[in-house]
Design a protein around this ligand. Structure first.
Ligand SMILES: *[C@@H]1O[C@H](CO)[C@@H](O)[C@H](O)[C@H]1NC(C)=O
Ligand SMILES: *[C@@H]1O[C@H](CO)[C@@H](O)[C@H](O)[C@H]1NC(C)=O
Length: 195
């Protein structure tokens, strides 16, 4: 066999040498932008915690103190066919359904009417906490919210501050909905793993 292909082993050895040389040069490449580090170098504990947060979200769409404002719509968007509408929110989060109760933060972001056949929203917002040990920390939520379902579940996709590396989910239940104004109070239970 080898006698029939006398050049093959030689060529293979040459290519191998060349490959090793290129790999060695690549390892010396000084312009690298990533490296592995230990979790402890960021002060991360060995084990994550699981936290449960509970609060009420006030979506006020009507009146001079509205916290949700429509910023865009499609040509075909109407009150009865709201597909294509987009709103920006700065909705207060309080410890009880009473808007005058203690505020723990705001839900800041956007939602869009993304279904042509039902009242379903794409929610993309942050829970910006302003109280206690979570003051200044945030959780990012991105999910689907079919508003007339009893329970809507939305992924918590990350966080900042106390919630770095957070992941989990938020459960939303409508506590009160004013058909006349469109204002809503929504109960939230949020479950997150974080360090
Ligand atoms: C809007 O907020 C102001 C200041 O807090 C308050 O005086 C006023 O009554 C509010 N208006 C409505 C319609 O709730
Ligand atoms: C939250 O943090 C901000 C900025 O550090 C501070 O001004 C504010 O008083 C804090 N709020 C509470 C309720 O501790």
């Amino acid at each position: 066999m080898a006698e029939n292909h006398p050049k093959l082993p030689c060529t293979a050895a040459f290519l191998l040498t060349l490959f090793s040389l290129i790999s060695a040069l690549a390892a010396l490449e000084p312009n690298t932008f990533s490296r592995h580090i230990s979790p402890s170098s960021l002060g991360l504990k060995k084990q994550e915690k699981l936290s449960h947060l509970h609060f009420y979200f006030h979506d006020i769409v009507a009146g001079e103190n509205a916290t949700a404002v429509r910023v865009a719509k499609a040509k075909t968007t109407t009150d009865t066919s709201p597909f294509g509408a987009v709103a920006v929110i700065d909705d207060p989060l309080t410890v009880s359904p009473d808007i005058g109760s203690k505020m723990v933060g705001k839900a800041q972001g956007i939602y869009a009417l993304t279904s042509k056949t039902e009242a379903s929203l794409l929610m993309a917002y942050n829970f910006a906490f302003m109280e206690g040990k979570y003051n200044g920390s945030s959780l990012g939520v991105m999910g689907r919210n079919p508003v007339f379902s009893a329970v809507r579940e939305m992924p918590v996709i990350g966080g900042s501050g106390a919630f770095r590396f957070a992941r989990g989910y938020a459960e939303a239940r409508t506590h009160a909905f004013d058909l006349k104004t469109g204002n809503a109070v929504v109960e939230y239970n949020v479950y997150v793993f974080h360090y």
